[in-house]
Design a binder for this molecule. Structure first.
Ligand SMILES: Nc1ncnc2c1ncn2[C@@H]1O[C@H](COP(=O)(O)OP(=O)(O)OP(=O)(O)O)[C@@H](O)[C@H]1O
Length: 318
């Protein structure tokens, strides 16, 4: 069931990220409202993960601003998590030698108030909070269907369950928005289907979702809106139907040129400059050849003239 409120949870405006001469993300606007699942697609290297990193404080955008529920986000990832944005990564980042439950408890730390001394000295406040955290973590494990494996080591879980555990750990920080970076990468069709159901259930808990994925069937089934990045720029944003039927999106994925493609103007400028340079070189070569030919003609004429004068002198001598 989709919630009906339309509070803007995430508001990214004019986000640009440059690495030296490379502009990985260029002037991207994106909003996510409560109750929404928004997809971010684009060919490899389009800037999707870089954009996520700009949203979560891992990168400070070169230009632009990111707001969460109206407040500009601090440029530190732990502060962004505390503000209410959680994320998972493209490559699984679990604590392999910790149990499933402990991994979720780690994700809970931004929501615990008792400090280090309280934990070290095992003060009553710490015990109370620890019990509450465990209860919350077990609830989350039940939600993702892994409560029966709470005491297993994370490294012993099958791949699909490790991905689920990452999501549970992100949920442990009580986010209002969760960013998922390729949550179905490497999954079989059954695991992908289960992840789809899990994301719907997360949305039904009132948590907004922004998801990067290459699996188009998954993304178009799942998302209320989809934005497509190409060469760092947002090419199109719309409903799954609108994006799916846009020929430019297909062309961008196939690496085919299309009118108005991001980066196409720069590419056309480079091509025109190369053509102009080639034409100038050819003209110069033609001019040099002409000069050489005329020099040769002059020399031939001079040789003829000399031959004539020799003949006439010889004639006189005879
Ligand atoms: N830290 C960095 N330093 C320099 N260049 C970077 C850095 N991070 C990303 N890039 C470059 O920025 C561009 C966008 O990369 P990014 O990983 O964001 O793309 P992506 O859309 O997530 O790709 P994929 O789908 O393959 O994960 C690429 O050209 C990449 O090489």
């Amino acid at each position: 069931m989709t919630t009906t409120t339309t509070e803007t949870v995430l508001d990214a405006r004019g986000v640009t990220m440059r690495f030296g001469g490379l502009t990985a993300v260029k002037n991207v606007d994106l909003t996510v409202r409560s109750g929404e699942i928004v997809g971010l697609i684009g060919p490899n290297g389009a800037g999707k993960t870089t954009f996520f990193n700009c949203l979560t404080g891992l990168y400070i955008p070169t230009e632009g601003e990111v707001r969460y529920k109206g407040t500009v986000l601090p440029p530190k990832s732990f502060k962004v998590t505390a503000a209410g944005i959680a994320r998972t990564f493209q490559n699984i980042r679990l604590f392999n030698n910790m149990t499933v439950l402990e991994n979720v408890l780690v994700g809970r730390h931004t929501r615990t108030k008792e400090g280090l001394w309280s934990a070290l000295l095992r003060l009553p406040g710490f015990h109370k909070e620890e019990a509450a955290s465990r209860e919350k973590a077990m609830e989350l494990l039940a939600f993702i269907g892994l409560d029966h494996k709470a005491e297993h080591l994370a490294r012993n879980l099958p791949y699909g369950e490790q991905r689920k555990l990452e999501i549970a750990r992100a949920l442990a920080s009580d986010p209002g928005l969760i960013l998922l970076d390729e949550p179905t990468a490497g999954m079989n069709p059954q695991e992908t289907r289960a992840t789809e159901e899990l994301i719907f259930a997360i949305r039904d808990k009132g948590i907004a979702v922004l998801v990067i994925e290459h699996d188009m069937r998954f993304i178009f089934n799942l998302c209320d809106r989809v934005a497509c990045l190409v060469q760092g720029e947002k090419l199109i944003e719309g409903t799954a139907g609108e994006v799916q039927s846009d020929e430019r999106v297909v062309a961008a994925y196939l690496g085919e040129p299309f009118e108005g493609a991001p980066g196409a103007e720069e590419a056309a400028e480079v091509e025109a400059a190369e053509e102009a340079a080639e034409a100038a070189e050819a003209a110069e070569a033609a001019e040099a050849a002409e000069a050489e030919a005329s020099e040769a003609a002059d020399a031939a004429e001079a040789a003829d003239a000399e031959a004539d004068s020799t003949t006439s002198t010889d004639g006189e001598a005879k």
